[in-house]
Design a protein around this ligand. Sequence first.
Ligand SMILES: *[C@@H]1O[C@H](CO)[C@@H](O)[C@H](O)[C@H]1NC(C)=O
Length: 142
Amino acid sequence: MFAYTFYCALLICCTQVFSIEIPVDLLDKPTLDCLEKINVDKMVFKDFFDEHFHLVRENAKLNEFLECAGTSKNLINEDGRFNHDSIHHHTEIVLIPILNKNGDKHEIATKVTDECINVSGDTYADRITNLHDCIVDALAKH
Ligand SMILES: *[C@@H]1O[C@H](CO)[C@@H](O)[C@H](O)[C@H]1NC(C)=O
């Protein structure tokens, strides 16, 4: 019995090593509220991302989540442009901690937000996905 429990613990531990870990305590309230609202649990949430922390495209549940989170975080202004302040804030308080970046979080967030602020996309979800992927790639460089 002990051996079996140990084996299961080992399995769980090692499954986690090979997928990206997104600690729930690093997610902010708007994100958590949206996950709850559209009924996405932690395992489904993990599947929104590939091993490079890019968003996996063409996932209906993901699109629904992006519309909810993007709207509640005001990522896009009424004039259709990205909202610099909201994106900067999201980058500084969510993305940089998840990616465990060292250095001046505020300054790094400013650089990558400036770099990605003009990305485009056909649909709302596409634009948010392109923005997210751009910021993640830019963070890898800075
Ligand atoms: C984004 O667009 C604005 C307004 O057109 C422009 O001033 C800025 O230089 C552009 N930034 C990048 C990184 O392309």
